[in-house]
Design a protein around this ligand. Structure first.
Ligand code: ADP
Length: 472
């Protein structure tokens, strides 16, 4: 039988999911020892750094780590030892979209999940509850179970659970403290239900019982993909409407405000933007598309694929608006891009819309100056190199400058793009920015003002007050 009382937890993968989740479990369950392991030594060293320079920017995370690191929270590269000792193992490794082979561009790359699972099978000498926490396609738990059963030692039993993470980057700690729901999927066997109860008991240390939902294994896996697909679909829907607004003179903020007042619809995830980003939305929808195709449901696949296509359209439409607004050419012009992370309050840049925009601007041979309060220069260079694989980094560096404040970025520019809704951009003194921008020769005050506003208006945050008083 699997151990019913969880005393030691191992988390494989010290990334955006495993790190914050298991740090909060350690905080809320001082009687449980939590060890987070990763093969990436630099990442583990950062988690262990004396000055708490943790590798992930997430508001509130450092406080949590400060309270429990060394008490019942440990970070290590010794994967085998942590597996050996644990009653329950979270698998929180990365599952990027496959870049080659069958399902390239759609299916999830399960290589990391598989090797972590094989490691568990090879090392474990006692029974374990293995929890799939990475976002994975439906029925991954089934293949994990096959691997574990085929490779386990006699007398060692593995129970697989699916416990998808619904936290949002930027509010991960608040989401973990007060989750809308915790979802646990298990086989509906006696052992499966026992394992499910053991994990539910861990969460019950701080999550109300009615928010802990227990379902079948496959429902749990599919629910994660479904939740992200529905959220992304709302963004693509409002973005599709923003194109109609721009063509008709309607105001998308007014439309979304009015629509969101309908209690059946609600206001969240209803703000037009330059497009969604992040590691999950696109990946999960593409997973759903792949799954639908494998199940011979082409209409369902096409329906969800369109959500991603609308997002790509929105990004390229935005780039085109910038070019149109700057008199149909941006060659040799100077553009500031404020924000590089895929959304505010995170340093994560995966699938950030800013990357696509900057790639478009570079291909038009514009000069781009970037400022982001959290993203490192190194990360920006890496992302731009990957986005422009045929351009040497040296060439990119001739066109791109990275600076350390919004005002510095905006000085002497022809256009300013707000690509991430960082709060600090709300406080920018637009009067000063305006005074230090480049005007085109012969451009009158009102034409200039209208142009600045058009570009701003298309940017991500509609909270920014564009009624700044420009003076004369
Ligand atoms: P996520 O956003 O899903 O958390 P990340 O890429 O931030 O994704 O984190 C996943 C982490 O898992 C990475 O730090 C990676 O080094 C780690 N990892 C991947 N495979 C293994 C493995 N077999 N053993 C230990 N750690 C692994």
């Amino acid at each position: 039988m699997a151990p019913v009382q969880v005393k030691k937890i191992c988390c494989i993968g010290a990334g955006y999911v495993g790190g914050p989740t298991c740090a909060v479990i350690a905080l809320k369950c001082p009687h449980i020892q939590v060890t987070i392991v990763d093969l990436n030594k630099a990442r583990v060293d950062a988690w262990n750094s004396p000055d708490f320079a943790v590798p992930i920017y997430e508001p509130g995370l450092v406080d949590v780590v400060k309270q429990c690191r060394g008490r019942n929270l440990f970070f290590s590269t010794d994967v085998d030892k942590a597996i050996l000792e644990a009653d329950l193992i979270f698998v929180s490794v990365n599952t990027p979209t496959k870049k080659s082979g069958v399902g390239a561009g759609f299916a999830a790359d399960l290589n990391y999940v598989e090797s972590a699972t094989r490691r568990i099978a090879a090392v474990a000498t006692s029974s374990k509850i293995v929890v799939e926490k990475s976002t994975v396609p439906c029925r991954t738990a089934e293949s994990m179970r096959t691997i574990l059963e085929a490779n386990s030692r006699p007398g060692t039993r593995f129970d697989i659970l699916s416990n998808p993470e619904f936290l949002a980057e930027g509010t991960a700690i608040a989401d973990l403290f007060k989750p809308d729901r915790v979802l646990i999927g298990s086989l509906q066997t006696t052992e499966g239900k026992e394992a499910c109860r053991a994990l539910a008991d861990v969460y019950a240390n701080w999550v109300p019982q009615e928010r802990i939902l227990t379902v079948g294994l496959w429902s749990s896996e599919l629910s994660k993909l479904a939740a992200n697909a529905m959220l992304a679909q709302r963004i693509s829907s409002i973005n599709a409407l923003s194109a109609i607004c721009e063509a008709t003179g309607a105001n998308i903020d007014e439309v979304s405000h009015a629509v969101g007042f309908d209690s059946r619809i609600g206001p969240k995830f209803l703000r037009a933007s330059v497009g969604f980003g992040g590691s999950c939305f696109q990946k999960d929808i593409l997973n759903l598309v792949y799954l639908s195709e494998s199940l011979h449901l082409p209409q369902v696949a096409a329906y969800w694929r369109q959500v991603v296509e609308m997002n790509e359209y929105q990004k390229s439409r935005f780039s085109k608006t910038v070019v149109d607004t700057l008199f149909n050419t941006i060659t040799g012009k100077h553009i500031a891009v404020l924000g590089f992370a895929f959304k505010a309050d995170t340093g994560d840049t995966r699938e950030s819309a800013a990357i696509s925009l900057i790639r478009d601007f570079l291909s038009e041979r514009a000069f781009v100056t970037i400022y982001d309060p959290q993203v490192s220069e190194e990360q920006i260079w890496q992302d731009l190199s990957e986005a422009c694989p045929t351009t040497p980094l040296e060439t990119i560096k001739k066109q791109v400058t990275i600076v350390h404040s919004a005002l510095e970025a905006c000085t002497q520019k022809e256009a300013i793009i707000i690509a991430t809704e960082w709060k600090e951009f709300l406080e920018i003194d637009w009067q000063t920015v305006y005074a230090n921008m480049n005007r085109f020769q012969g451009e009158g005050h009102w034409a200039w003002r209208a142009r600045v506003k058009t570009v701003l208006r298309h940017s991500l945050s509609s909270d920014i007050d564009l009624n700044f008083n420009i003076g004369h």
